[in-house]
Design a protein around this ligand. Sequence first.
Ligand code: PLP
Ligand code: TYF
Length: 397
Amino acid sequence: IFAAVEMAPRDPILGLNEAFNGDARDTKVNLGVGVYFDDNGKIPLLAAVKAAEETRLKAAPPRGYQPIEGPAAYNTAVQNLLFGKDSDLLAAGRVITAQAIGGTGALKIGADYLKRLNPEAKVYISNPSWENHRALFEAAGFIVEDYAYYDAGTRGVNFAGMKADLNKMAPGSVVLLHACCHNPTGADMSDAQWAEVVGICQERGLVPFLDMAYQGFADGIDADAVAIRAFSASGLQFFASSSFSKNFSLYGERVGALSVVTASKEESARVLSQVKRVIRTNYSNPPIHGGALVAAVLASGELRAQWETELAGMRDRIRAMRAGLVDAIKATGCAQDFSFVAQQRGMFSYTGLTAAQVERMKEEFGIYAVSTGRICLAALNTKNLDYVAKAIAAVTK
Ligand code: PLP
Ligand code: TYF
């Protein structure tokens, strides 16, 4: 039965990890995958998470099935982070949330549900976007196209191009938007631009799907929710996927959520019933552990404050690495100006390095980046910063 099976292509980002792990050089640096490392190059276990975990281990709760949509305590905590705890939408019962298996699982549940809801719709993702966006929506049966987003000339958002593309979309089209910390470019829209996007979605009857994988990594928890809050204030209905992989450093626990904003409390009940049906036929109900830790941290005044401090620490360290990289490249005498790296937001930078330059970084220096020139700033630290800067200067000479 498997004789004719072809080898599937490797994930371009996760595949880099395998190559990196096989590299024997002790100076090697992995700027490929989007994971936050601390200054010692380790994935942190946040102290707030550790404390919640210790309490939970002591309590040794039984492991029954969870509700299909996950526990209310978790889902309410997610809603408060995304929409703000004083949100009118929440008070009106216009938001439903289901725990999901990471942000990826949330996108998958949302995509499957949208396919049932509106099978003929087209899905639009930014150009460029996270690779898996296209794959997830195509796997759900949609035709996926892209809208203009990144402007390599300004290293910012090609907003005129984006608006022109949004204005061409048929009513009912699904528009996937990165809520903050755009992956892979690091280029985000301004508040005023978000307001315009909301207006176009409203005028054209588009279905916004906001993907929030990095809340707290740009400016702060509420500041990074500006897109969600703008859509919330518009009266539109929309989807939001969210993830605690990055901001709780819980990657492998697979903790995320799908939220859907509906027109009314009554509509919410019907939509939730359908989302539950999608979940039931995928994996029945979500795992307990990671979500319980997040819910416990967010429910405790003390642990929440500790988490916010730790999150700010991650955010500040990435910012320091951005500034440090710009300075260190400049200090090599490199002719090219990299100051844009300090303006970009979140974990990533589209450096403008070509595929050939990325290849040289790997071959000559053992520094791994995505072939598109994307690097993860959160993998830089005070020990490897100068080495990476010298490599960039060398390959761009
Ligand atoms: N969406 C974007 C834009 C991402 O960068 C990621 C990265 O991991 C995800 C979703 C998926 O998050 P998770 O690892 O929680 O599945
Ligand atoms: O873009 C990244 O590096 C992260 C991690 O299939 C990731 O979002 C990358 C690829 C993938 C899953 C997660």
